[in-house]
Design a protein around this ligand. Structure first.
Ligand code: THU
Length: 142
């Protein structure tokens, strides 16, 4: 057995969940005070993180998922999303907003899951494609 085996996705998932509470501190949620941190785990087992970044011109703010997807694309690699973990400073269960569902759909693999994180632990698990059925995506432009 190789020493370079990628850890199983559930180990990566737990590590990412535990990293999110500290990341909430870096969120820039000056206007809503609603801090959000997200992790995108790609199908190669790499985790990419993001927080929401608000703006005085309100619509110019970005969601945590959007920031995490940008980090994944910037890192290079497969660009296939296996899991998205989301934590809110309120500790509420948060599902991705409509615009972020579309952003996730661009890169989500067939088994992609959305995981809510509360107190550094995964508390809910939702199949992504159930959140955006009959979607418009890259294949429509082929
Ligand atoms: N927000 C996210 O970052 N992700 C979500 O899934 C829901 C909402 C952010 C956007 C805004 O900065 C704040 O939460 C309140 O809507």
């Amino acid at each position: 057995m190789s020493a370079n085996v990628t850890p199983p996705l559930d180990t990566l998932e737990q590590d990412a969940a535990r990293a999110l509470p500290a990341l909430l501190e870096r969120s820039y949620a000056r206007y809503s005070n609603f801090t959000v941190a997200a992790a995108v785990i790609d199908d190669e087992g790499r985790a990419h993180y993001g927080v929401n970044v608000e703006n005085a011109a309100y619509p110019s703010g970005t969601c945590a998922e959007q920031t995490a997807i940008g980090a994944m694309i910037t890192a290079g690699g497969s660009r296939r999303i296996a899991k998205v973990l989301i934590a809110a400073g309120s500790d509420a269960v948060v599902q991705p907003c409509g615009a972020c569902r579309q952003r996730i759909a661009e890169f989500a693999d067939e088994a992609c899951e959305i995981l809510s994180v509360q107190g550094g632990e995964v508390t809910t698990r939702t199949p992504f494609w159930g959140l955006l059925p009959q979607s418009f995506g890259p294949r429509d432009l082929d």
